[in-house]
Design a binder for this molecule. Structure first.
Ligand code: SF4
Length: 300
């Protein structure tokens, strides 16, 4: 069931209480958050985009990564409100079902060609009919990760390193994803949970040959600060693990996620290696300069 009945945003936007009605401590927190959000850059094209398509959205909301997640474009109606859809795109979205749904952060949509179906970022995130062509030799699991899965979500192919799938959620769903069978489908093949993580951690504790853990998914940076902090702390406590890496597209499609508090939390776990997924030069905006600068191992 897709098209007009695509999944709604994760949580409906909640009405915000007026600042004056909040207790004093909440007011201080809200004002601090607002000041932080206003310090995050908004490039001129993106600003023009959100004023056009999200006129009731403040800069504070726009720069709030949770607002961006809640407001992801996930339905044909939302796509059609923003993009001049081709007949092919429209039919492909209507036909879609299962994993790898449409999902685009408003920020990332602001970088796309609204009138050009062949603009590169749009081609990689708005589905077309070609997505349904199945060629000989194509597989649901093209990297054959299932074959090397030792406990659910943990792929151990090479002797000293593992792939740790932490979540099935991404902020933006790429049509070329090699894990299309897994992502964006909470009721699907993989159920990610702390209980599942515990099984993976027990495996890692028992396998002293593993020196290198790559966290991926889905995108680990869609996890809450506390949850990711917890997982990194547990991994850091395993003495034979020397390298922790995170594979992520979030700094590019949801740069607002890299708050100073989040960067500070990650700094506790340094050295952390980040594999940042960049597809096209058009993604390299002021916002991405800011988010990736915050990664650097220097005082936040
Ligand atoms: S962000 Fe990564 S895991 Fe998520 S859909 Fe894109 S390629 Fe797949």
């Amino acid at each position: 069931m897709r098209g007009r009945e695509l999944k709604p945003p994760l949580r409906p936007a909640q009405p915000r209480p007026a600042l004056a009605s909040l207790p004093e401590t909440n007011k201080v927190t809200k004002l601090a958050q607002a000041r932080t959000a206003l310090r995050f850059p908004v490039n001129p094209d993106t600003r023009a985009f959100y004023r056009r398509f999200y006129p009731d959205t403040s800069t504070v909301e726009w720069n709030d990564w949770r607002w961006q997640m809640r407001s992801r474009i996930r339905s044909l109606d939302e796509l059609a409100r923003i993009f001049a859809l081709s007949a092919d795109e429209r039919a492909a979205v209507e036909r879609h079902e299962g994993a790898l749904p449409v999902g685009i952060t408003p920020y990332y949509a602001s970088l796309m060609g609204l009138d050009d179906p062949n603009e590169p970022l749009r081609r990689t995130h708005v589905m077309t009919g070609a997505e349904y062509i199945r060629s000989p030799g194509e597989a649901d699991d093209p990297l054959d990760e299932d074959h090397d899965t030792v406990v659910p979500g943990l792929v151990h192919r090479y002797p000293d390193r593992v792939l740790f799938l932490t979540t099935g959620t991404c902020s933006t769903y790429c049509r070329y994803c090699t894990r299309a069978r897994v992502v964006g489908n909470p009721g699907g093949e993989y159920q990610f949970s702390t209980r599942q993580w515990e099984k993976a951690l027990a495996y890692l504790e028992a396998h002293s040959e593993v020196r290198d853990v790559l966290l991926s998914g889905g995108d680990p940076l869609t996890l809450g600060d506390d949850k990711l902090d917890w997982l990194l702390t547990r991994l850091r406590a395993i003495k034979h693990i020397e390298f922790l890496r995170i594979g992520t597209k979030v700094p590019v499609v949801l740069p607002q996620r890299i708050t100073k508090d989040f960067a500070k939390m990650l700094k506790k776990h340094h050295p952390l290696w980040m594999s940042i997924h960049v597809t096209h030069p058009a993604e390299l905006t002021d916002e991405v300069t800011e988010s990736t600068s915050r990664w650097a191992a220097r005082p936040c």
